[in-house]
Design a protein around this ligand. Sequence first.
Ligand code: SAM
Length: 383
Amino acid sequence: MTVTADPPPVPRAKAPGLGTRIARLIARPGFQSWAARNILTRRIARREGAELFDLVQGFVKSQVLYALVELRVLHRLMSGPQTTGALAQGTGITPDRMLRLLQAGAALGLLKRRRGGDFAIARKGAALLGVPGLEQMIRHHDVLYRDMADPVALLRGEVETELAEFWPYVFGAQGANDPDVTSTYSDLMAQSQGLVAQDTLRAVSLSGVRHLLDIGGGFGAFATAAARAEPGMKVTLFDLPHVVDAARPRLVEAGLSDRIITAAGSFRDDPLPLGADAVSLIRVLYDHEDDTVSALLSKTFDALPDGGRLIVSEPMSGGAMPEPAGDVYFAFYTLAMRTGTVRSASRIAEMCKAAGFDQIASPRPARPYVTSTLTARKTVRSA
Ligand SMILES: C[S@@+](CC[C@H](N)C(=O)[O-])C[C@H]1O[C@@H](n2cnc3c(N)ncnc32)[C@H](O)[C@@H]1O
């Protein structure tokens, strides 16, 4: 961890506003101990104290979760309640240390400690196993964890992050030609895509669309879900050559290869396929810097006919109303990727407007940690 000299003090406001005066009062240790005892404030003080401690121990919780997943404790409990000794077997972990992990898992609500001292799966633990891609996501966090070991250095841009190598396609079509690499990232993406597709299709109607162009469509999970939702609609899946090669057999397997055609290319360097009256960009923009996004939105605008629709779906920043998934997890994830960023719906709307789109709408997301959506239209104004 970098040893950081204290940054220079900021000038103290001579006539601070009410918010600052209250904050100065709350920050006094004497006030804190008074508030913890006072009958009117003690409930709030205790709740905030517990919330603060939760923030402090956040990384320990994540690492406990990682160990539970890595040791397949949740899976093993799906066969029924187990003793600590049975769960320690074959893990290389002594029973007393396994008990520590199990106690932690129970404290996190993933397991239940039973009266006899053995452990059972809890509802939340079972739900974790039922979310597609969640275990894989947790397991690849060893990389993010290392990248964030020194968050100040990460913010200063001094860390050669591993995530940047894990997702090399973001550096352009050239970096993505290793089939092993593209298949690793696309598997992880495809696992979580079902949920994203579900929430996107709930938030956005594709009714009336004849032909959808899914740019950066990965293995085709969204294309597949969209084609099933709109049986009369044709879909073109556009992505980098190796990704498209991997998507094709999946589309055949889904029995949709006649309605979903693939087009290989880079949206940076190649023209977009023409003929679609709607374009979807699902988890594509947040991988890229503003210049690339602006160029892509302009290209998309040009490729659409009058009245054409644009659908953007990805985790977003809360903007003026910061939000935990977008402004904590995804903001730092994209920082570790060293390209791209999460943007608020209003920032994406601004960029869409600059590209020529109008009728921009962003429905309230049902699960902002899964995705948020924005829609826009191309309206050609007669001179
Ligand atoms: C984060 S993934 C999202 C994939 C899919 N839409 C999903 O939500 O699962 C971003 C996708 O954009 C594709 N992509 C990245 N750069 C691209 C480029 N220059 N041209 C075309 N596709 C690109 C990647 O190959 C990848 O499939």
